[in-house]
Each structure stands twice: as C-alpha cells, then as structure tokens.
Design a protein around this ligand. Structure first.
Ligand code: AMP
Length: 203
C-alpha cells in the first residue's frame, strides 16, 4: 500500500526535519518544494533564475509554476509507486485546488497540520540563522514568511478539514516526541504503521 501525505506547518515548525524522517519511516518520496527550488537556484536552472529573488525576499513563488513543478515530481516513478510526503506545498488555496486535480486518481490519505506557536518558531529560526545561513532566514524574510503563512496557508486547514483528511499534531516537544505523535496520527488515519527502516537510517 502506498501512502500520500501532506505536511503543513509554519516555517520553523520542524516539518523539514520530521518530513525527512517520516519519508524514511514509510519508505516514500520526500517532496520538499523549498529544497527543489533551492536546488534549482544552486544549479542555476531557468526555474532557479526566476525564483531566486522571490525566495530571497521571503515571498511566494507563483502558483502556476509551483503546481507544474509538483505535478512533474509526483509523476516520477518513485512517488507514483511508493507514495510521497509533500513538504511546503500546497501553500495557498489555488495550490490546494491544483493538488486536488493532480491527486485526483490517487488521493492524499492524510494532511497533517504540525502546530507550533509563533513565539517558538521565532526562537528556532533565530538558531537556524546562526547555523545554516539561509538567505530567507533574515529577520525581514522570516517576518514576511510567517505573515504569509497566516494569510495564505492557514486557510488550507479548513479546506482539508472539510475534506475529512486533516490531522492536527502538536509540534512542541523533542524531535523524538513529535515524531512519535506524527506516526501515531498517520497510523490512525491510514492504518499503516511503518514500511521503511526505523526512521533513523538513511536510504
Ligand atoms: P521552505 O523551505 O518550504 O520554507 O521554502 C522556501 C521558500 O521557497 C519559500 O519561502 C518560498 O519563497 C518558496 N516556496 C517553497 N514552496 C513554495 C510554494 N508551495 N509556493 C510558493 N513558494 C514556495
């Protein structure tokens, strides 16, 4: 059985770290749109050239471009046969509608809202700024990304609640505690406990 998951959460909620670990745990593709875009910039591809300034400012890349990137990636053999975890998409209602279309034949099993209060993500992003030096972790870009999340991404929660696929998970705690909650929420929603390694090993 394949599983298809969406992980929603503010920047700094831990969704990147947890997403990578869940993808190993369930042996599914980890599709992070932020990573895809950062790779495109690093490799100076045509997409990279278009999105570079947008990302640096902490703004959102155009919905159409994002939808076509995601559609392409979810059509790859690994995502089709094993399933996937989407991290960073959808971020707007038009993107959620695009995903409804893309996933029509093979619907999303569960959408997780990883909940972490704003004050805590600000602390975590401050620490990341010192450790990773991401261009979009500047204080201005962080403010902008958090505001965009509240405006554009939070409405997705109602969209998925209406579809009956939403699971809310508390993202406050140690990484292991949060991971255990995620696995338990996914288990309740899909009946699948684990498929891959122990969630620690690398593929
Ligand atoms: P992330 O690593 O998910 O925080 O993404 C980093 C940046 O990439 C975001 O601040 C946006 O500029 C851009 N980005 C990633 N995913 C999307 C998306 N689904 N829609 C629009 N922009 C995105």
């Amino acid at each position: 059985m394949t599983i298809r998951l969406v992980l929603l959460g503010r920047q700094g909620s831990g969704k990147g770290t947890q997403g990578a670990r869940l993808a190993v745990h369930y042996d599914i593709a980890h599709v992070s749109t932020g990573e895809m875009l950062r790779n495109a910039i690093r490799n100076d591809t045509p997409v990279g050239k278009v999105v570079k300034d947008v990302i640096g400012k902490g703004s959102l890349v155009a919905d159409d471009l994002m939808a076509s990137l995601v559609k392409g990636r979810l059509g790859d053999a690994d995502a089709r046969t094993r399933g996937y975890l989407l991290d960073g998409f959808p971020r707007t209602l038009p993107q959620a509608h695009a995903l409804d279309e893309i996933a029509r034949a093979r619907p999303i099993n569960v959408v997780i809202d990883l909940e972490v209060p704003r004050e805590l993500v600000l602390q975590r992003l401050g620490a990341r700024r010192a450790a990773e030096h991401r261009v979009d972790d500047s204080p201005e870009a962080v403010e902008r990304r958090l505001a965009l999340y509240d405006e554009q991404t939070a409405p997705l929660i109602a969209h998925y609640r209406r579809q009956g696929v939403l699971a809310v998970v508390d993202g406050v705690g140690t990484p292991d505690e949060v991971f255990a909650r995620l696995v338990s929420a996914i288990g309740s929603a899909t009946g699948v406990t684990a498929r891959g390694g122990d969630g620690q090993s690398r593929r």
